[in-house]
Design a protein around this ligand. Structure first.
Ligand SMILES: [Zn+2]
Length: 80
């Protein structure tokens, strides 16, 4: 069974939906500001997270079903 289900989710700019967001601070944290190099907008992490919530939730579901499929496979192997 795989142990790493980490996926990088590309966060999109809340305004122009580009992926050119970069962190303004040297140390990325929850209070960091991000700048979009496409539309020049500045957004807080919370803003970006909120506008990407649906995509993040969809990704989580995708990973969950993948994990579940793997578990089922492992179970089948165990009982062979
Ligand atoms: Zn933008």
């Amino acid at each position: 069974m795989k142990t790493n289900y980490d996926r990088s989710i590309e966060l999109l700019c809340p305004t122009c939906a580009s992926t050119f967001l970069s962190c303004q601070d040297e140390l990325e944290n929850e209070d960091s500001m991000y700048r979009c190099s496409s539309c020049d907008g500045e957004f807080s992490y919370e803003t970006i997270k909120a506008s990407n919530e649906d995509r993040i939730a969809a990704k989580v579901e995708e990973i969950k079903s993948e994990v579940f499929a793997d578990i089922k496979k492992d179970f089948k192997k165990m009982f062979k």
